[in-house]
Design a protein around this ligand. Sequence first.
Ligand code: PLP
Length: 365
Amino acid sequence: MTDPAWFPLPDAPLYPATRYACLADRIAGFMDTANDVLLIQGEAVVALEAAASSLGRPGLRAINVVTSLYGAWFGDWLRRAGATVTDVVASPGLPVRPDAVARAFRAAPGAGLLSFVHAESATGILNPISEIMEIARAAGALSVVDAVASFGGHPLHVDTLGIDVAVIGPQKALGGQAGVSAVSVSPRAWAAMNPPGSAPSILSLADQRESWLRTGRGALPGTPSALEFHALEAALARVAAEGMDALVARHSRAARAMRTGVLAMEQKLWVPAESASSLVTALALPESVYATAVAAHAPFPAAMIAPGVGPAAERLLRLNHTGPRAAAASVLVTLSAAAAALNASGIAADGGSALAAAGAVLAAG
Ligand SMILES: *Cc1c(COP(=O)(O)O)cnc(C)c1O
């Protein structure tokens, strides 16, 4: 400790037991669902693993869409729980095609579960959620949606779409902390869920149902981290003040401005606008140029400009506009840094044109 006066978070007060249910209700409102919402202590992958562990069982046939490592993990967690899983792996870095999902159902009649990621910040793609959910509903399969990245960046109407289990976290588009996440569970999903085991499990949603939902939603079981719940409350208060629709619109505007800027400096987009997420813009690099090398030339901190993650990682340069970065100043700074990094890598990019074009989009609102 170099500065003894530096104690930004001294002795955080306990999080009041009466407020957990309010947090869950507020999240349910933002997810547009009447389903139960559980608060899961831990980053969102914990909630995803819990969903897979709670729904996977021997005898279950599942269709699992893979558009990033998160989807690959989900399939593996289902398998570990005993399910028979067909992975539908999209082309590297691209959204899944609905016909590929439909084909997987035809090849695995009686499949009882479909899982997929809504939007990816790893590659900047948006999976066609309405079409995929239509297929799940027609097949009568339970649906599990990883909406961790998309929540706040894209509309997510859980009940309208009929999503049985949706997992969200505050640490992406909401700009919050990563230590607590949430999962919505439909009555149908509860009915299909593995019952509590002989020992308590952090990965058992049925345990959480027993110990929290069925005990009147007071104090969370275990020892909740007060800091995380205060941070979650703050993030949700910010969303409420801005409005969920306005938050989604801010991401959409940032994405449009970024894409316009990329095109104005005569660079290519990795995917067309209708397949792109509003979270990051993926700029497609020429074959001979590696994203890691370009990103290394970025004059500003790395989080705004990065290579892809997972499939096609080196082919695309990710320009971040998630959460607090879905803002005019950040978009313009990122474009200017991207132009500098491209030029330093031997790719001519006119930063001035990019800023002018993006600025016009931002000014139009
Ligand atoms: C970020 C992310 C997660 C997991 O978030 P963690 O903070 O690493 O737990 C899961 N799924 C998707 C699609 C994400 O973008």
